[in-house]
Write a protein of this length. Structure first.
Length: 182
């Protein structure tokens, strides 16, 4: 059922994720949805928590696959690329996250889940910047904030076709070259 929520959110927005629509998308009756989730809000929160877990697992898998990379810069770029909508899965994920972000602006309970505590991604990026040998003048935490925020915005530009894939990757490489000169 959570995947049904994601499909609806990606295609039509979270406001269209009614119990009836979720049931139809999942191929079950509304009663089945209500049996598992007493309220729509609980289902939306569960779907968001599941999306966070899935995203974290994919990032860990990608990180593990590249852990032996001799160049920490390669690992840093891969982590940042994972945030970009460069394939169908990541495009859908970003569309769903954007739908949740918009809804969380008016729903404090959902915002608490969406904006979970800490900044693990920024912390990882800062660690990788340090490991890649950033010059002393570079503040890894500030650069991590800029990179994650910038990539998030560029990802939305890519979704809207405001920028091309090549443009976005060029900007990413420009920033990596700025903070990690070769």
């Amino acid at each position: 059922m959570v995947e049904a929520v994601w499909r609806i959110a990606a295609e039509r927005g979270l406001r269209m994720a009614t119990v009836r629509e979720i049931a139809a998308e999942a191929g079950v009756t509304p009663r089945v949805v209500q049996y598992h989730f007493p309220g729509k809000h609980q289902l939306l929160v569960t779907a968001l928590q599941t999306l966070h877990r899935d995203n974290d697992q994919r990032a860990r898998d990608r990180f593990a696959a590249l852990r032996d990379a001799s160049d920490p810069r390669v690992l840093l770029r891969a982590v940042l690329e994972e945030l970009l909508p460069l394939d169908d899965r990541r495009r859908t994920t970003l569309r769903v996250m954007a739908a949740y972000y918009a809804w969380s602006l008016t729903d404090p309970a959902l915002a608490a889940v969406f904006l979970h505590a800490g900044q693990p991604l920024e912390d990882l990026v800062a660690t990788l910047i340090t490991a890649a040998g950033a010059p002393p003048a570079i503040d890894p935490a500030a650069e991590a904030d800029l990179l994650v925020g910038g990539i998030s915005g560029l990802g939305l530009d890519l979704l809207h076709r405001r920028r091309t894939r090549a443009d976005v990757l060029r900007v990413l490489d420009h920033h990596l070259n700025r903070i990690l000169p070769r």
